[in-house]
Ligand binder design. Structure first.
Ligand code: ASP
Ligand code: MG
Length: 782
């Protein structure tokens, strides 16, 4: 069973009650073999730092006062948590340790890191013993026996071995954060706030499956939730953004924390030890979450310009001042953002190579996807101007923009910035399945259309799916270079993977656009709906599936408040579905729908004039790409039957394909057998057609292939797709070859029907019709 590392920070262990709460979390979330990493209780490390300072300043009184303060705090915890016997033992251990500290102080042999280490040693011991008292097999471990550094570098191989040797029993290990040792067995620390780093390092060493950082916030927010009530907690953010936030000094995660997870699949969660039920924030690998937007604020910083920074120098400096330093370059010059109280020390180290550009700065950084940053920067500048906040320094980088100001950004201004720059409810992830004729044109048209929609809604195409391979990018695919990205990054996939990736998309809204002609793909609809996807279909299979399945699909959509649009499944771009819906919305009742809904059959029947045989016309149409690969698919009338069913369902009828009578435009016998066989028997088709054609002429009518749906007074429905002889003067008779026509009669259009006519096929109009669906979906979501 893969192990998990749990880390509890100082605030989670600030009182006896907090220890009890943490113990409860451990009891319910940990198994033997897992590890718990702890930092010093409450503000203990700060107090130890003060103790060290009073020692250095030879402040004897101060030293003993602070030591007493530490003793009282620890003794209080021990007394509140333990029964008599362990209590005595722990108190005497504490007493001995404090005596040793006092002695070393007197002898002037106190060592800084070893002194600071007590915070973590105490909390690991208390938690370990407390869990034991509760009957949980737990053991506390001093991380100096696990983590060794040499000249500041961790000895990973050796450390891995130490962990394997020392953490091998089936107990819960409570490990000290923050501390390690060097090869000479001296104590070293991993830097202030280093316990998170201890936890991820340990996870790497023991091959853990996950790390949970339990803290006093519920996760990673779009901005400081204490200042802005509408701050959004993100359920997922990717590692690169988490790292950038850390580099910008955001306190939730520290810069080093993520590094041991690189090249591993270890999951990282940030969650609240104060609110165990709250959903955590997961820090996921690149590509598994889209870029989020954040505003992170700064307090009292100095901006310095530096000549010639050496490799690794900034991390040394930040170790020195125990605070992250943000570094950036602009116009070839390197800048650092330093907490003002440390500027002096930094300048000293950089002696002569650095100068202060601006001092005592406040401000914030916007973090967002690189595609959005320029626009957000402009918007933020306007807002600051409106709020009379003067910007002293501004820098735009690939994935963030810095605004350094005189005034502190108070919560009112931050709330305005947050409301305008970080919106969540207006985003739509688009998955496009099927990149055939129509699909390719649709993606091509997306460049323009998505840019238009962008003004109202944040629309991103995140996946392109073909039958064998897919290209998935949660952050959005660049629409002008998608072919190239496809070449380099597309992967084979299974349906399970596809559904899983779609499920992981952390967008407010998602839509799957089905431009496949695949029945198997339409079988995935129920699963897609379960992942909260809206649907747009050009594919006709789901719309014409068995009633029971179809109705369940509609209910499922309804329950989840999802939309399904399929404007192009009948008549391509022609707004037939709009017309039917509008009539019904206005209170009308539709009684008849007649027409020609197949571009192929329209072309064949309207072009035939007897000057050549019907079969040669069919072959000609096939050559021009007007037909299905096997034109008998068209001649069978099944495609029109499906379209008529979709229209019938659109006007509220409960029909199935079998309820629509079907008469093919060929002799039944020709439907079977191979295409070659058909070719040898094509004369039979010609005879069949000629006969029908002549009978129509004899009645002064013309032969057309039509669909018709009549709702009788009784409510009964008559539906048929087949050969019809129509009046020479009728609209259907005079159809331009290839066009579709819909003749609609209703209560209000009874004598003189409503007619809709025009091209009912073609990749441009069909793709555009799908864009119309996308547009309307966005309007409905707005
Ligand atoms: N106790 C140490 C500190 O306060 C380490 C940590 O909390 O992560 O810096
Ligand atoms: Mg801490």
């Amino acid at each position: 069973m893969a192990k998990v590392v749990h880390k509890f920070g100082g605030s989670s262990l600030s009182s006896a009650e907090r220890y009890q709460a943490v113990a409860q979390i451990v009891l319910s979330h940990c198994r033997a073999g897992d590890c718990v990493v702890v930092s010093a209780a409450g503000k203990t490390t700060n107090t130890l730092v003060k103790l060290w300072q009073s020692y250095q300043q030879d402040d004897i009184q101060g030293f003993s006062d602070i030591l007493l303060q530490l003793e009282n705090h620890q003794a209080e915890l021990i007394k509140a948590l333990f029964q008599a016997q362990p209590q005595r033992q722990l108190l005497s251990q504490l007493d001995t340790e404090l005596q040793v500290i006092t002695l070393h102080a007197k002898q002037k042999t106190l060592h800084e890191a070893a002194l600071l280490a007590h915070g973590e040693l105490w909390s690991a011991r208390i938690l370990g013993c407390y869990l034991t008292q509760l009957g949980f097999a737990a053991r506390h471990v001093d991380a100096r026996r696990l983590f060794t550094l040499h000249q500041g570098q961790l000895l990973h191989q050796q450390n891995k071995r130490s962990c394997a040797e020392q953490l091998s029993e089936r107990v819960l290990y409570v490990v000290t954060g923050f501390i390690a040792s060097d090869v000479a067995n001296n104590t070293v620390t991993l830097g202030r706030n280093g316990s998170d780093y201890s936890a991820t390092l340990l996870a790497n060493y023991i091959d853990a499956s996950a790390v949970s950082i339990w803290t006093d916030t519920q996760g990673v927010f779009s901005t400081d939730p204490r200042k802005v009530a509408s701050a959004i907690k993100y359920p997922k953010i990717c590692r690169a953004q988490a790292h950038l936030l850390a580099r910008l000094g955001n306190p939730v995660l520290h810069a080093k924390t993520l590094s041991p997870l690189k090249h591993t699949n270890i999951k990282l969660q940030v969650r609240s030890s104060f609110d165990v039920e709250a959903t955590p924030t997961e820090i996921v690998k690149e590509g598994y979450s889209k870029a989020k937007r954040f505003i992170t604020t700064f307090d009292d910083l100095d901006l310095i310009r530096v000549d010639a920074l050496a490799q690794g120098e900034v991390s040394e400096l930040s170790h020195l001042i125990q605070h992250s330093i943000h570094q950036f370059t602009t116009k070839g010059e390197a800048f650092l953002l330093i907490p003002a109280q440390s500027t002096h020390r930094v300048l000293k180290v950089l002696s002569g190579r650095a100068n202060i550009v601006e001092s005592a700065l406040q401000g914030f950084a916007i973090v967002a996807s690189s595609a959005d940053i320029a626009q957000l920067q402009t918007l933020a500048a306007q807002l600051l101007n409106e709020q009379n906040v003067v910007v002293r320094f501004n820098h735009q980088d690939k994935e963030y923009a810095l605004f350094l100001t005189d005034q502190a950004i108070d919560s009112d201004v931050l709330a305005i910035l947050h409301d305008q720059l970080v919106s969540k409810d207006r985003e739509l992830a688009v998955v496009i399945a099927g990149l055939g004729n129509v699909g390719e044109v649709f993606v091509q048209q997306c460049q323009h259309q998505v840019a238009r929609l962008q003004q109202q809604f944040d629309v991103k195409v995140v996946a392109l799916v073909r039958s064998k391979k897919m290209l998935f990018s949660a952050n959005g695919i660049a629409l002008n270079t998608w072919q190239q990205q496809w070449e380099n990054e597309s992967n084979t996939y299974s349906n399970e993977e596809l559904i899983e990736r779609i499920g992981e998309l952390d967008y407010e809204h998602k839509v799957v656009i089905d431009i496949t002609a695949s029945e198997a793909f339409s079988d995935l609809y129920p699963q897609l709906i379960n992942q909260d996807c809206h649907l747009i279909s050009a594919n006709k299979y789901a719309g014409t599936a068995q009633s029971a399945w179809y109705q369940q699909l509609c209910e499922q959509l309804f329950e989840r408040n999802l939309y399904w649009r399929y404007n192009t499944s009948v008549g391509a771009g022609l707004p037939i579905n709009f017309a039917l819906a509008d009539l019904q919305h206005s209170g009308d009742r539709i009684t008849h729908i007649d027409g020609v809904f197949s571009g192929t059959l329209s072309w064949l029947c309207s072009s035939f004039d007897g000057s050549q045989t019907f079969s040669s016309l069919v072959l000609e149409a096939q050559k021009m790409g007007y037909t299905e690969p096997d034109p008998r698919e068209d001649l069978s009338g099944r495609d029109m039957q499906r379209k008529l069913l979709i229209l019938a369902r659109d006007i509220g009828l409960t029909l199935d394909l079998a309820d629509i009578e079907l008469e093919p435009l060929m002799p039944q016998e020709l439907a079977q057998g191979s295409w070659d066989e058909f070719l040898t028997r094509r004369e039979e088709l010609d005879v069949f057609y000629e006969q029908q054609y002549q009978s129509a002429l004899a009645q002064e009518k013309v032969l057309r292939y039509t669909g018709s749906l009549h709702v009788l007074e009784s409510g009964k429905v008559k539906a048929k797709v087949g050969i019809a002889f129509v009046d020479k003067s009728s609209a259907i008779a005079n159809l331009t070859p290839g066009d579709n026509i819909f003749v609609i009669k209703s209560v209000w259009y009874e004598l003189n029907p409503l007619v809709l006519q025009g091209p009912g096929a073609g990749k441009e109009v069909t793709a555009a019709g799908i864009h119309s669906d996308l547009y309307w979906l966005v309007q409905m979501l707005k």
